[in-house]
Design a protein. Structure first.
Length: 557
């Protein structure tokens, strides 16, 4: 083959070898990326995901081992947990006890001989300084729980809690991580989600049905006590190593401002007339933290215009929830529908104007029946945000300026931040001039016989009943007005602006649609332009420019 032939063969072989190595490295790199994505997906897998993939008979051996260990140590867990439940739940039972009772205390409390079973485990991605686990647990126990209940008239009732069936998702957080065995300082324990809680009540030596309404009241009290004592974001802190863990305790993270504006197309629950709707609003479903709106009689499209404030402890997991009821007077109210909105989807310091669709049940959403929608405005204000949250129109105006106005005159070290904001917010009045430029509308419905309309807009301030209207634009479904109107507003935080689009006619007027808004956003941002959907027509929209010129803040003496 000769020298040159051998050299040529060697060069070709070397190039081919290098190409093969390079191709192998590319394939190997792609496999590593795929493997990393797969591992990441498994790391994010929840307990519910694992149960879908692995039926009970295919649970991994280590999960069966965990249940075996639980069966072995259950007598010791029973003794420790019984003391913990007694000390933490008994004060809450007293707090939530029905008005017909004078006291509720445990006379006996053991968890029985049947240990709970773990049906799923997942490790969540948390903060770098913690390890978070979620364990799904099922318990059909045989506890011995006796409540000594004394009524207002002095009648003592020893009531036994029997046939407990419970399924829930518990969260364990190990933090802070340290370099000392067992490598974490404390364990935070909480009920992440309560999926099922059923039990029966029995009077020892008697029949509870002889006291109408008492059984239902006691059941609600027990469930409220569980909700308030161990349900996330409430957590029980168990120190493992000596130290101060007060920073792990539940603390307010911010205030959720809620404007309940209106509802539309509510389901009619009355046979004669229309429903009398009112709303119940909450972040945590505790009786002392739930707020009720006023009742609007005989109305399926009520306008409330009410303001509420709620304390938020964990914006990443908590929801704003609303339930709309039909007021039945002396009878129990009937649920029209419910809905919720995740607080994590709110941008701090930015007003969120949204319609919440009502459903029958937030846990099981199987029906597609239209139960109506609720129009709310949400504003999440976190505590301790002295930097950032700048207004995009006026960089010198920060959300904390509003907070400082609310907090002035009270020492922050003496009052809880949530209480502080709630107290001072009631004393703040925002006075100013609201300038509304009615710019244009498009896709308005055709009202006239010739397929056109003669639209104009009526502007109405609710509190002062100031009413102004634009000129009429003839024969169009896409009118342009570009007219500006000024309103002197005495209490901007509590007023409403209603914009109604009408069709002008010689022999009458037809309403084409409307939109309602609060003034919170324009007060915070200074001015903005927005296109609003018109209620009452399918596709019609109205474009407005709003500007706020503030006056001084006046506080009640």
């Amino acid at each position: 083959m000769g020298f040159f032939g051998g050299l040529l063969f060697g060069v070709a072989f070397g190039i081919g070898f290098m190409v093969s190595i390079a191709r192998y490295q590319i394939i190997r790199s792609a496999q590593r990326v795929d493997l990393a994505a797969t591992i990441g997906a498994f790391a994010r897998m929840t307990v519910a995901d694992s149960r879908k993939l692995l039926p009970g008979e295919y649970y991994p051996p280590w999960l069966n081992w965990l249940n075996h260990i639980m069966n072995k140590i259950w007598p010791y867990v029973d003794e420790a947990a019984s003391d913990l439940i007694r000390s933490s739940v008994e004060p809450i039972l007293e707090q939530y006890k029905p008005i017909v009772l004078s006291s509720m205390k445990f006379s006996k409390l053991t968890l029985g001989t049947v240990a709970p079973q773990f049906t799923g485990v997942s490790v969540n991605e948390g903060d770098p300084g913690e390890i978070a686990m979620e364990l799904e647990m099922q318990w059909d126990g045989n506890p011995n729980v006796v409540l000594d209940i004394v009524t207002k008239v002095g009648v003592a009732l020893p009531i036994q809690v029997k046939n407990i069936a419970f399924t829930g998702l518990f969260r364990l957080i190990f933090k802070p991580l340290v370099d000392e065995f067992p490598c974490f300082g404390a364990v935070l324990f909480s009920l992440r989600e309560k999926k099922q809680l059923d039990f029966t009540l029995k009077v020892i030596g008697g029949d509870l049905s002889a006291l109408p309404g008492v059984s239902e009241a006691i059941e609600e009290t027990i469930k409220d006590a569980i909700e308030d004592s161990v349900t996330w974001p409430v957590r029980i802190i168990i120190p493992i190593l000596a130290g101060d863990y007060s920073d792990l305790e539940l603390k307010p993270a911010g205030i959720l401002e809620v404007k309940l504006i209106e509802a539309k197309e509510l389901t009619n629950k009355d046979i004669i007339g229309k429903s009398d709707p009112y709303a119940t609003l909450f972040v945590r479903p505790l009786r002392d933290r739930m707020k009720n709106s006023k009742t609007i009689n005989n109305q399926l499209n009520p306008i409330w215009n009410e303001h509420f404030e709620f304390t938020v402890e964990d914006p990443n997991t908590q929801y704003f929830t609303i339930r709309v009821f039909d007021d039945e007077g002396v009878q129990a109210s009937e649920l029209i529908g419910c809905g919720h909105f995740p607080i994590k989807d709110l941008e701090p310091g930015k007003v969120k104007d949204t319609w919440i669709k009502l459903v029958k049940d937030l846990e099981i959403q199987r029906d597609n029946k239209n139960r109506g929608q609720v129009h709310v405005e949400l504003l999440y204000c976190p505590f301790g945000t002295d930097t950032g949250l700048q207004n995009p129109i006026n960089p010198d105006f920060r959300l904390t300026d509003l907070e400082k106005a609310l907090k002035s005159g009270i020492s922050e070290t003496d009052v809880d931040p949530a209480t502080l904001a709630a107290q001072k917010k009631k004393e703040v009045i925002r006075r100013g001039v609201l300038s509304v430029t009615v710019m244009s509308a498009h896709d308005l419905p055709a009202v006239d016989l010739l397929g056109k309309s003669d639209p104009y807009v009526v502007l109405l301030m609710k509190k002062t009943e100031q009413k102004l209207k634009t000129r009429v634009i003839n024969n169009t479904l896409n009118p342009v007005w570009n007219q500006t109107f000024d309103f002197v507003v005495e209490d901007g935080l509590r007023d409403l602006l209603t914009c109604e689009v009408w069709d002008h006619d010689t022999f009458g007027k037809d309403k084409m649609g409307k939109c309602i808004m609060t003034l919170t956003r324009v007060i915070l941002e200074g001015e903005f332009t927005e296109t609003f959907d018109l209620d009452g027509c399918k596709v019609g929209k109205l474009t407005l420019h709003l500007k706020w010129t503030p006056q001084t803040i006046v506080r009640d003496p």
